[in-house]
Design a protein around this ligand. Sequence first.
Ligand code: SF4
Length: 328
Amino acid sequence: MSKKGRVFSGIRPTGRAHLGNYLGAIKNYVALQDDYECIYCIVDVHALTTVEDTLNLRQNTFEMALDLLASGIRPDETILFVQSHVPQVMELHTYLSMVTPLGKLTDLPTFKEKARQQPHNVNYGLVGYPVLMTADIVLYKSELVPVGIDQAPHIEFAREIVRSFNYRYNTNVLIEPQMKTTDVPKVLGIDGKEKMSKSLDNHIELALTPEETRQRVMMMVTDPQRIKRSDPGNPDVCNVFSMHKIFTPPEDVERINTECRRAGIGCVDCKKLFAENLNRALEPFRARRAELASQPDQVYAILEDGARRARMIAEQTMQEVRAAIQLP
Ligand code: SF4
């Protein structure tokens, strides 16, 4: 079957992926492979804008590759690689930076937020982050970028940069990427308040053991108004219930919904059931991950092969870009 177009997405090497990464991005990456030619990149250069201590960067990149492959990324058809293994992206970033107004970059809410989070390290790379992101996308002539609706402004900005480049050099060599918006659930952490995130330590890693998973699940905050076992609960405000809707068979979800409201089920039992279902769902992933982890050379070979294929596309684009700029 011929594919509908080329998709690109980058994921940060944050080490072992958690449920938020999986439900918010990786699950969709896997599904997109059926219909699109996919290029997925572990963005280690982007990570340098915020990560100062790079001691674990190589290991974290490896762990992310394990999680992607164990989740179902198929490296024989999908290109999976590490960003820094394709140096052409740095060159394109430089050329794109010449057509990107500095004021627009410093006005972006994402830049202001990062600058607020790390006032001691407001570096040049942080300002140019959207330019490097644009270079990532357009280097591979990607037509589509899967994003949640909240990331729409980033893609619109990438399109503006592409238009500026094509206008300045009177060319159409770079393709304006389109958004492929996905209905990504907002996955809350075990605190039930903030988005699941490693930095907030409210996450559940996919690669935990079943017992570690159970312990994290038992820490999950439920309906805050339900104090005693005899209090009726409200599943509509309970994060455990949101997770049941993803990992528990529909008939059990319906039963929990009814029983919770009349205090027929306690939160401890409800969480135990969720932990069981989550562990069952993750069993094949964990088996595949352990197998891959025992063969690191094979994983590095997959990444190197992905980088080789990515470099071929990248160099072709760069030859056209250099010609368009009329570099001597
Ligand atoms: Fe949430 Fe389940 Fe407790 Fe109801 S019984 S509040 S759904 S954890």
